[in-house]
Design a protein around this ligand. Structure first.
Ligand code: NAD
Length: 290
């Protein structure tokens, strides 16, 4: 069988997958492909599925299957899988890096030094110690963020529509998370319920000093409302790894003040690419019975 690796994975993965069949990396092989393996970049839509008449199995190396037309795949008898267990540490470390970078002005400090400026007075920092972190969603990634925040002496509260209790955080209402948090880190999947959740009305309930971290999905916030809030000083910062589109197209986020942007690299650690490989090999062992 032909296995098509459509996105970037660890360099040893093609060799590891060769025990299951012929491994291809060019989209030209799509018509012969039985197993399609993607990360976030390749969107598996109707047109792609129609172009792959032999397709039986789609594996997404990552959390969630929102980049795949699952309903259409099912209609065509194609199984869809993902690897939610692999990426938690990598994403949590990026979210926490953002929480450290914003109050320490790491980007502005570095940029200004390289421009020959000495902004010692201007770049006054604040500490994470004693601050409240509000998590939205208390799943795998959020729990890793919570344990890092506790190690820094933060109070951790959380709202999760489907998880009333957790050892990782003090569970509370969404309104309490909005009202009491110095940092808000969002860790829900993108669903009809979470789409546009962080809009002007949600921001109006938050502290003006809040810094928001988004490593889940761009569509969970209303980007224009975030930009307006940053410009008006209604929030103190927004750090995001995710956008309405990858990469963002002329997004107002790119010129907003107090913003920290990364190019959807939450899962892109060396270690995580190896873990993704392990998960994909596991999935294929089950699929082939090997
Ligand atoms: P998870 O399934 O373990 O946790 C998600 C949590 O969100 C669950 O506890 C769920 O109950 C909760 N939730 C669902 N709907 C909610 C709602 N309406 N309100 C509040 N909580 C709600 O998932 P995870 O592994 O922690 O991943 C979270 C998200 O992170 C993924 O869905 C994905 O979109 C994103 N992600 C991004 C990257 C990246 O590269 N930046 C990488 C991996 C995952």
């Amino acid at each position: 069988m032909v296995l098509l690796l459509a996105d970037a994975f660890a360099s040893d993965l093609p060799q590891r997958l060769s025990e299951f069949g012929t491994v291809a990396t060019e989209m030209a092989k799509l018509p012969e492909t039985e197993v399609l393996i993607v990360r976030s970049k390749t969107k598996v839509d109707k047109a792609m599925i129609d172009a792959a008449p032999r397709l039986k199995y789609i594996i997404r190396g990552g959390v969630g299957v929102d980049t795949i037309d699952v309903a259409y795949a099912k209609e065509k008898g194609i199984a869809v899988d993902n690897t939610p267990e692999a990426s938690s540490l990598a994403v949590a470390e990026l979210a926490f890096s953002m929480m450290l970078a914003m109050p320490n002005h790491l980007v502005a400090a570095d940029t200004s030094m390289k421009e020959g400026k000495w902004l010692k007075k201007e770049l006054e920092r604040t500490e994470l110690f004693g601050k409240t972190l509000g998590l939205i969603g208390i799943g795998r990634i959020a729990r890793e963020v919570a344990s890092r925040a506790k190690a820094f002496g933060m109070k951790v509260i959380a709202y999760d529509k489907y998880v009333p209790k957790s050892d990782a955080a003090e569970m509370t209402t969404l309104e309490n998370v909005y009202r009491n948090s110095d940092y808000i880190s969002i860790h829900t999947p993108l669903t009809d319920e979470t789409r546009s959740m962080i809009d002007a009305a949600a921001i109006a309930q938050m502290k003006k000093s809040v810094r928001i971290v988004n490593t889940c999905r761009g569509q969970v916030v209303v980007e224009n409302d975030i930009v307006d809030a940053l410009k008006q000083g209604r929030i103190a910062g927004y750090a995001t790894d995710v956008y309405y589109s990858d990469p963002p197209q002329n997004s107002p986020l790119q010129t907003a003040p107090n913003i920290l942007l990364t190019p959807h690299i939450g899962a892109s650690t060396e270690e995580n690419l190896l873990r993704l490989g392990d998960c994909i090999v596991d999935r294929l062992k089950k699929y082939t019975g090997k």
